[in-house]
Every structure is written in C-alpha cells, then in structure tokens.
Design a protein around this ligand. Structure first.
Ligand SMILES: NC(=O)C1=CN([C@@H]2O[C@H](COP(=O)(O)OP(=O)(O)OC[C@H]3O[C@@H](n4cnc5c(N)ncnc54)[C@H](O)[C@@H]3O)[C@@H](O)[C@H]2O)C=CC1
Ligand SMILES: O=P(O)(O)OC[C@H]1O[C@](O)(CO)[C@@H](O)[C@@H]1O
Length: 379
C-alpha cells in the first residue's frame, strides 16, 4: 500500500491535490482538525469532485480516509508514508511542523530508510522550504542528521480556483473549476520522483510561482478589495464592473511588467495569460465570495505577498504602478468584522498615524511610494 498524507482536507486539499494522489494509486489519508469532515471521510472513504465549466463532470475520488491531526496515529502514518502534501494555509504550517517533526523521528526510530518528499501546496513563495525550517526547529539532532539525505521538501505552485461548496448537504463534495496547474521543484526531491498524474516538474520554480501569485492572486485580491468597496459579494459581480475590471487588468499588467523584466517572459504570451485569468474570474458556475479571496488582508499586504512584492518590483524596474497602488489602498480599506486580520488592520489604521501604520503593515520604506498609497487611500 502506497500511503500519501494530505494535511488539510479543505477546498484545495480535497478538490485538487488529494484527488491527484488518489488517481495516481495512493491510499490518501486526509489529516485535519475539522471533525465533521474527518468523520465523513472515515465513514465514506470516497467523495465527489464536481468539475464545472462549459462541460460539467462529477469525479468520484476513492481510496481515501481521514484522521484527526491530534491523533497519535498520525505519527505512525508519517512513519510509513511515501509522500506528504499540505494545503492548510501559510499560518498553519508552523503548527503541523511539530507533528511532522515527531513523525519523522518515529520514522527514523522505526528504521524506515525510504525517501519521503513533503510538498507544501500553499499560496506562498518557498512554502516547503519554510515548512522544512519549522520542522528542523522541533526535531532531535540525531533525527535531523538521519533525515537530511532521506527527506525532501520540494517547493510548489498550485493553481486552481476552489471556493467552498454551496448548496449541498454532502460535506465532502467539492466544486472546482476546470483549469488546474501544480508545478513542483524537480531539484529538491529526494530519491526517485513519485509519478503523480497532473504534477508538472520544473527546475525554474520561482518564475512559475511568481507568475501565478503575482498575476492570478494579485488580480484576484484587487478584484475582491475593489468589489467590497462597491458593495459586491462575489468575484464575478466585481469583475463584471467595468471600472473594476479596467483597474484589475492594468494592475496585472503592471505586475506583469515586473515579471517580464525579471524572467524575460514574452509580453504577448503574458497578456494572453492575463486575459485567460480574467475569464476564470468570470466563471458563472462558481460562487466565489470576495470575503474568501480577500481573507487575511494583513498577510496579503505583507512584504513578500501578492500586492507589495509586485509593487516593489515596479520600484526596482522603474515601471508604472498606479493601479497596483489603487488595489493596495483598497486592501487597506478592507473591513470585515468576521475576519480577525481585517479587524487588526482597522485597529492599526485608527491607532497609528497613517504613514507609520502603512510602513508597519507593508514593511515598505520608499517615501514617495508610501505617499502615493496615502493619496490613493484618502481618495
Ligand atoms: N482554494 C483555492 O482555490 C486554493 C487554495 N490554495 C492554497 O491552499 C491552502 C488551503 O486553502 P483552502 O483549501 O482554500 O482552505 P480551506 O480552509 O478550505 O482548507 C484548509 C484546511 O486546513 C485545515 N486545518 C487547519 N488547521 C489545521 C491543522 N492544524 N492540521 C490539519 N489541518 C488543519 C482546515 O480545517 C481546513 O480544512 C492555502 O494556502 C491557499 O492559499 C492554493 C490554490 C488554490
Ligand atoms: O488562499 P489565499 O492566499 O488567502 O488567497 C485566496 C486566493 O487563493 C486562491 O484560492 C487560489 O490561488 C485564489 O482563488 C484566491 O485568489
């Protein structure tokens, strides 16, 4: 039995990565803190992925199981697993790192000398490397030495829009768009690279990660934040507003100019990539709420994330950034009493002076750019 562990049985875990692992012959154990989902996985051992687009298809994902992340048996699973993937959100990697460290210690004690690869499938640059560093903080020095040649942490870029499922009593059912892309850093695998249907390999991951994060995610976030300001509830409603669509497209082009300079992308091809993404935002079969896409605004406004890193690129290459700045100002205006980070953002903006707050939130230091953000925020 080939065991795969998928930390996070949420939207992307079930709707994309777990499905690929199951289709590639793995027995997939979803590990999560959500009791309802885990109980259902244990009981049903299968679930349906509903692919929506011009053609609609229901795919049954079988050979799956669930386990609570607090269960001691997770360590036994890690001891035996062939591959571990995560889709828990960047902030949760630190938490699961402790369990993974204990599991690797057990694996070493059990004498398992097979290779293991651990791939973080999160919206972040070098997520697996980050996870590795966190694991290293919690593992014994003997296990760390033994793990080094055996356990790989290849980084990855994941692209598929999977909002929470609406209108179904089946808690496991998940609705996904047709488009999918999972690209993994070939050079960081340890041992033979597992054959997983739909997993592409590259030796130039940074270009792919930045292309995805700073096009799709940059455009998506700005669509959501501008949409909220105009009272829209979904991404589709927001992007159908011409004024928003124009700003979003311009912002994606501004971010694109940075990518073209940095990675020598072909401009025409990149513009086609932008248009394709804008069409994905309009998908009439998905109900994607602005509150999901705009969630955790402090993370999205941080130095290396989808808004500020492209802006920093425009400073580096001395290129246009008016629309990115509008998007950043809209993100600073994001208010949502159900989102802890939106509440913190509001508090910071009301307690500090605006310039200090923006410097603090974004870690930007370029005075002229901060002034431009302040002007856009006030406007
Ligand atoms: N949904 C999407 O369209 C895409 C999401 N991503 C990335 O995938 C990651 C997950 O996103 P979603 O699936 O949308 O979120 P989600 O909220 O649907 O799933 C996250 C899952 O992690 C679980 N979790 C939380 N703490 C945990 C812990 N300590 N141990 C185990 N599981 C835990 C949650 O209960 C939840 O089921 C994020 O980093 C996101 O940026 C990337 C591409 C597409
Ligand atoms: O999951 P995050 O980083 O909060 O961001 C939400 C974004 O991630 C995605 O779910 C997948 O990239 C997008 O649909 C959306 O832009």
């Amino acid at each position: 039995m080939k065991i795969a562990i998928q930390f996070g049985a949420g939207n992307i875990g079930r709707g994309f990565i777990g499905k690929l692992l199951s289709q590639s012959g793995y027995s997939v154990y979803f590990v999560d803190v959500n009791e309802k989902i885990i109980d259902e996985l244990k009981a049903k051992k299968q679930y349906t992925v509903e692919v929506v687009g011009e053609a609609k298809e229901d795919i049954l994902v079988t050979n799956v199981d669930g386990m609570m992340s607090t269960s001691p048996e997770v360590l036994d699973l890690i001891s035996k697993a062939k591959i571990i993937t995560t889709a828990v959100g960047p902030n949760v990697l630190k938490i699961i790192a402790k369990t993974i460290a204990k599991g690797i210690e057990k694996r070493i004690q059990d004498g398992n000398k097979e290779n293991l690869n651990i791939i973080a499938c999160e919206n972040m640059i070098n997520g697996s490397t980050f996870l590795k560093e966190e694991v290293e903080k919690h593992i014994s020095s003997e296990a760390l030495t033994a793990m080094a040649p055996l356990v790989g942490f290849p980084n990855s870029a994941v692209d598929r829009i999977v909002p929470p499922m609406e209108g179904s009593d089946d808690v496991l059912r998940v609705r996904v768009e047709q488009f999918k892309e999972w690209i993994v850093e070939e050079t960081l695998f340890k041992g033979e690279i597992p054959k997983i249907e739909g997993m592409q390999l590259t030796d130039n991951l940074m270009a792919f990660v930045e292309r995805k994060l700073f096009t799709l995610n940059t455009g998506h976030a700005i669509t959501a934040y501008l949409g909220v300001l105009k009272g829209y509830e979904t991404v589709k409603e927001s992007i159908e507003d011409e004024e928003i669509a124009n700003t979003v497209k311009e912002a994606m082009k501004e971010s694109g100019e940075v990518l073209i300079n940095r990675y020598d992308f072909d401009r025409e091809k990149h513009y086609l990539y932008i248009d394709k993404i804008l069409n994905r935002f309009k998908n009439p079969y998905l109900k994607d709420e602005v509150s999901r896409v705009g969630r955790e605004p402090l993370r999205k406004l941080s130095y290396n994330d989808r808004l500020i890193k492209p802006l920093r690129g425009t400073i580096e290459y001395n290129t246009k950034n008016d629309s990115l700045i509008k998007g950043i100002a809209a993100a600073l205006k994001y208010r949502n009493s159900a989102d802890e980070q939106a509440l913190k953002l509001e508090e910071r903006l009301s307690s500090d002076d605006l310039k200090t707050a923006i410097e603090d939130i974004t870690s930007l230091s370029n005075k002229a750019v901060i002034e431009k953000i302040i002007d856009a925020y006030k406007a």
